[in-house]
Design a protein around this ligand. Structure first.
Ligand SMILES: Nc1ncnc2c1ncn2[C@@H]1O[C@H](COP(=O)(O)OP(=O)(O)OP(=O)(O)O)[C@@H](O)[C@H]1O
Length: 332
């Protein structure tokens, strides 16, 4: 796979009262052009910090190291802050769980959309630029599936339904045609119908425009069929990554299996996997286990797990576990 985003052994270390803690621990992620890649992990596992590291929203007190943090042909860690802002502003965008964080409550949708259109895309005298902005804003709304553009543009954000507000925030995020969209739990609080609409829209945008999407979620039930690859993160460590269907049908890692059990349980289907849930709780920052951080909660853990497992590659899947649930030719 040729990766447009290539992250190898990325660590982020934060200072805490008990000393430095690695909240992201030698994390790997590769994203191909036009691909939807879903990152799954429970609350506090480091998903948002990873997104921040990619986008360059970095606190200067964080210690960030990586063997590779490349976006297209840019070595992101080698860029200074202003170069980084240029690359991020031109190529990347992000949408959030709550679209209202993106929208100004005091301004009508139309004005905000027109404002999101890059100045460089407009030319000519003031009146022509204004008319062009309006046309571009209407086109943006069409791209996110909104037909009644006049009505929507006249509304204030509080007059929008959740789904409509998220579509507007997506429209604003894609106004500059980003090559990477990071979607941080974009549908968490939504009802299933609206959720489906937003997912279909994101899949369409990725398919029609070759935009790569990093979809972040806590929950495997939110993984959409269009997601080509999936990565599972636990306490800042990569557990398993690979083609979505393969990972979800035949996981190697006990963590993936546990997450699958939980999602089946949430769907009220009889759970048939080996691990109903994980015992214990997610460790706090101050008490990160050494070695494999899943160790204290993993029923398959043995003494070797106090060492950090490297990544094992089997076909297109990679996992970090000394005791995988199956062998390569295990087609149970
Ligand atoms: N600025 C910060 N200072 C100190 N600790 C932080 C900071 N940002 C995040 N953390 C800690 O780092 C860990 C990872 O946080 P992060 O927000 O990336 O998790 P997450 O997987 O995105 O969780 P959620 O799904 O709840 O958003 C958490 O333990 C969090 O408390």
């Amino acid at each position: 796979m040729s990766a447009i985003l290539d992250i190898r052994n990325l660590s982020i270390e934060l200072a805490t009262d008990n000393g430095p803690v690695r909240v992201l621990d030698r994390f790997n992620l590769q994203l191909a052009e036009g691909e939807i890649h879903t990152l799954v992990g429970e609350s506090g596992s480091g998903k948002s910090l990873l997104a921040k590291a990619i986008l360059g929203f970095i606190n200067p007190r964080w210690k960030i190291t990586a063997d590779r943090l490349w976006w297209r042909h840019y070595d992101l860690l080698a860029l200074n802050a202003s170069q980084r802002r240029i690359v991020t502003g031109r190529d990347m965008a992000m949408i959030f769980q709550d679209p209202s964080t993106y929208l100004d409550p005091n301004d009508k949708v139309g004005a905000q959309l027109r404002e999101s259109i890059p100045v460089g895309d407009l030319s000519g005298i003031y009146l022509k630029r204004r008319a062009d902005r309006q046309t571009r804003a209407e086109r943006l709304l069409h791209r996110v599936g909104i037909k009644d553009t006049d009505d929507v543009m006249e509304r204030y954000p509080h007059e929008l339904s959740e789904g409509l507000a998220q579509k507007i925030s997506i429209a604003m995020a894609i106004a500059h045609n980003p090559k990477l969209l990071i979607a941080d739990e974009p549908t968490t609080a939504m009802e299933p119908n609206t959720r489906g609409q937003i997912y279909r829209l994101l899949a369409k945008l990725s398919g029609s425009q070759g935009m790569s999407i990093l979809m972040i979620t806590q929950d495997l039930t939110a993984v959409i069929p269009e997601s080509q690859r999936i990565s599972l993160i636990y306490c800042g460590q990569l557990m398993e990554t690979g083609p979505t269907e393969e990972v979800m049908q035949k996981p190697y890692h006990p963590y993936t299996d546990a997450m699958l059990s939980m999602s089946l349980f949430n769907q009220e289907t009889a759970p048939k996997t080996r691990l109903p849930t994980l015992s214990g709780a997610i460790p706090t920052l101050q008490h990160m286990p050494i070695g494999c951080r899943l160790g204290p909660r993993c029923p398959y853990a043995r003494s070797a797990c106090i060492h950090e497992p490297g990544l094992t590659k089997r076909g297109q899947v990679e996992f970090a576990c000394f005791f995988p649930l199956r062998e390569e030719d295990d087609h149970e």
